[in-house]
Design a protein around this ligand. Structure first.
Ligand code: PLP
Length: 388
């Protein structure tokens, strides 16, 4: 038997691959599973974006390698979006790098900077890729806990100087997956100040910045004056425009980080299909704010249905004002894992056990709002029958 590399052996299978296999087995037995585990938008992208892709794909001259840096048109569209949405000025040539979905960027940036012995600060709970990428690079992970009583913000004063001295990257993510928490510009200011003091790179992962409710407007970390010196922000069209399968993300900010990421990436991949880049630019430039608002109202309605139903069942749930998830503390006598299993086996409703995101999530489950409203209703009925 060929053995796996030591690097890969340190990394467990991706949690959603494991869940998908469990679900496949249930479905093979005829169970109708409602998938509220994965954070994938269920609704389609805007019509004009699909039209732009179809039209562009018919051109004869767009089928070659697309180039490593991203099309100038898409980079300018991202820069214009940052200007319009956050009043942040970006140089499209040096401070913007399109990604094949932001996930590869999170991974590749880590490989570009982290050596064995370097510290990567990662929140707990957090999107699993930050951790996997750091483990793959041989980095040392220092975990900062996100606790409900602190609004799921890390306590920056709690990180020892001996750790900060060796820190290369510090990951943060607001609006937050899995908790739905949000961060203010003053929190970002504090993180940037810490990065300046200890000379590390802040990596702000912000794919939910336009998935917000109740008139909340999420900030970019690049709104902090001078942030570009020490921060890179990841953004994505996956959730903002319901384009998860298209694989379009972006890294913006520190030109050094963008350069390093390009050097890493260009040795590994060959860019995004040009018609997709063209259509992504159409999304950023032409889709009206009202489209995003109306889409978010649908998520907010599902959130309200779900939060009300869970509270009626006596569960302790905060209503999130951003991101695609409801983060639920499970009832006494359960762990997140046993509760998720109970919902899956007893109600055919699949939710994500919170320990997927770290040990702080052990008593939680994450329920996604990316499920058609009638299926949310059905899930509520089934869960109520099971638990009431
Ligand atoms: N970061 C966070 C916090 C996410 O929740 C996700 C996807 O769920 C991603 C990154 C990856 O997004 P993309 O589709 O742009 O790769």
């Amino acid at each position: 038997m060929r053995t796996l590399s030591k690097r890969l052996s340190r990394i467990p299978p991706y949690p959603f691959v494991v869940i998908a296999e469990q679900i496949r087995q249930l479905q093979a037995r005829g169970v109708d599973v409602i998938r509220m585990d994965i954070g994938a938008p269920d609704m389609p992208p805007p019509e004009q974006v699909i039209d732009a892709l179809a039209e562009e794909a018919r051109r004869p001259d767009v089928h070659g390698y697309p180039g490593y840096r991203g099309s100038p048109q898409l980079k300018s569209a991202f820069a214009e979006y940052y200007q319009r949405r956050f009043a942040v000025e970006l140089d499209p040539a040096e401070e913007v790098l399109p990604l094949i979905g932001s996930k590869e960027g999170l991974y590749h940036l880590t490989q570009a900077y982290v050596d064995p012995g370097d510290v990567v600060i990662i929140p707990d709970p957090a999107y699993p890729t930050y951790r996997m990428a750091a483990l793959f690079a041989g980095g040392e992970i220092y975990t900062v806990s996100l606790k409900a009583e602190n609004g799921y913000l890390p306590d920056l004063n709690d990180i020892p100087e001996s750790v900060l001295r060796r820190t290369k990257l510090f990951w943060i993510n607001y609006p937050n997956n899995p908790t739905g928490a949000t961060a203010s510009l003053s929190f970002f200011q504090e993180v940037i100040a810490l990065a300046r003091r200890w000379d590390f790179l802040v990596c702000h992962d912000a794919p939910y910045v336009d998935v917000t409710y109740d008139n909340y407007i999420a900030p970019s970390i690049l709104q902090v004056p001078g942030a570009k010196d020490v921060a890179v922000e990841f953004n994505s069209l996956s959730k903002s425009y319901n384009m998860a399968g298209w694989r379009v993300g972006v890294a913006v900010g520190s030109s050094d980080a963008i350069k390093a990421l390009l050097r890493m990436k260009s040795n590994v991949d060959s860019g995004i299909f040009l018609p997709i880049q063209h259509a992504a630019a159409v999304a950023l430039r032409q889709v009206p704010q009202t489209w995003i608002k109306e889409r978010n109202q649908i998520y907010a309605h599902r959130r309200d249905m779900l939060v009300d139903a869970l509270r009626r069942l006596g569960l302790n749930v905060q209503s999130p004002r951003a991101a695609l998830y409801v983060w639920v503390r499970v009832p006494e006598g359960f762990t997140g894992r046993t509760f998720a299993d109970r919902l899956l086996q007893g109600a055919g409703v699949s939710v994500a056990p919170g320990d997927m995101y770290g040990t702080q999530g052990a008593d939680y489950v994450r329920i996604s709002l990316g499920v058609p409203t009638d299926r949310v209703e059905e899930a509520i009925q089934r869960i109520t029958r099971l638990l009431a």
